[in-house]
Design a binder for this molecule. Structure first.
Ligand SMILES: [Ca+2]
Ligand SMILES: [Ca+2]
Length: 63
């Protein structure tokens, strides 16, 4: 039973290194540093400086 309780923690620990090198949108910027994790934006432009890239920032669309 103890092993079953530790299983979720073990899965998280196993998955973490993979997530650190993940590039979900394939733009060459790892998710950890990407301001649009799921939107291809190699320039990482962020016109309003809120940390969300222009490519995926709804609030910046008119600015
Ligand atoms: Ca990326
Ligand atoms: Ca922004």
């Amino acid at each position: 039973m103890r092993a079953l309780r530790l299983l979720p923690l073990a899965l998280v620990l196993l998955a973490s290194p993979a997530l650190a090198d993940e590039d979900s949108d394939g733009d060459g910027i790892f998710d950890a540093a990407d301001n649009c994790t799921f939107t291809f934006n190699t320039d990482q432009m962020d016109g309003d400086g809120d940390g969300v890239g222009n490519a995926c920032d709804c609030a910046a669309s008119g600015a």
